[in-house]
Design a binder for this molecule. Structure first.
Ligand SMILES: Nc1ncnc2c1ncn2[C@@H]1O[C@H](COP(=O)(O)OP(=O)(O)OP(=O)(O)O)[C@@H](O)[C@H]1O
Ligand SMILES: [Mg+2]
Length: 238
């Protein structure tokens, strides 16, 4: 069986500077896989490349058995790969509901779209309560929920989340993490980037540690959580 996502020897550069230096990993359907690592390690660059926003200088990306090499970003969304970007990128002047609708821009099944908007409100009730308000009035954590809700509106096969807990209070972070667990229970496949290695590894099936453009360690979430070097470098233990 082939994995849902297969990344092989992926290389990405900004001009002459190679930010991703030949990484390989897989995401099987139904799994949560996390990429952790220090600032500037190349995590966001990797996700942006998978989304088609950056072109790799080398390597292979296969999604659902198909090479993504020559496929433009908007077609990648329609293949089932959704990206909730770092820093959220919601549209602050549009209503919450219209932001959600934007996530469904490639769909024309109106009843299905309404159903999925309702599903986003079930997942994040605060979004439903404030559906007619400008999205810019939401708190940071609520905007993060909106970004996740919007990514789900494309009915993805793979949901990629770039630092969903960034800047959030512990309670909000808990809410985002439990939502990831809930989505996984519903069968969603998730590629998660997180600064909070403890939280990410606790819920991930597999994890990869990135350092300056390379994967330096891989294992199950539990293995990495208990790995001494990971504990020292990422979980603040000595
Ligand atoms: N647009 C760009 N132009 C040039 N260099 C860039 C650009 N974006 C990122 N880089 C560089 O590429 C490297 C990887 O950056 P990237 O954003 O992928 O890291 P990251 O792992 O997501 O870090 P963080 O945890 O801080 O978000 C860094 O050295 C960064 O400075
Ligand atoms: Mg990043």
């Amino acid at each position: 069986m082939t994995a849902l996502l297969e990344v092989e020897d992926l290389r990405v550069a900004y001009g002459k500077i190679e930010a991703v230096k030949g990484i390989s990993f897989k995401v099987e359907a139904g799994e949560v896989v996390t990429l952790i690592g220090t600032n500037g390690a190349g995590k966001t660059t990797t996700l942006r490349t998978l989304s088609g926003l950056l072109k790799p200088v080398g390597g292979q990306i296969k999604f659902n058995g198909r090479s993504l090499k020559k496929i433009p970003a908007h077609d990648i969304v329609s293949l089932g790969l959704a990206h909730s970007p770092e820093g959220r990128h919601i549209f602050p002047r549009m209503t919450i509901e219209d932001n959600l609708r934007l996530g469904a821009f490639l769909r024309n099944d109106k009843p299905g779209i309404e159903k999925d908007i309702q599903r986003a409100y079930d997942l994040f009730p605060i979004l439903g309560e404030r559906r007619k308000q400008a999205a810019g009035t939401l708190s940071g954590g609520e905007q993060q929920m909106l970004a996740m809700g919007r990514a789900l509106m494309s009915q993805p096969k793979l949901l990629m989340l770039d630092e969903p807990s960034m800047g959030l209070s512990p309670i909000m972070m808990q809410k985002i993490m439990s939502t990831i667990v809930e989505l996984k229970a519903q069968g969603m496949t998730i590629l998660l980037i997180e600064q909070n290695a403890q939280a990410a590894l606790s819920l991930a099936d597999h994890g990869h540690v990135m350092e300056i453009g390379k994967i330096v360690l891989s294992g199950t979430g539990q293995d990495l959580l208990h790995d001494e070097s990971v504990r020292k470098a990422y979980l603040g233990e000595d």
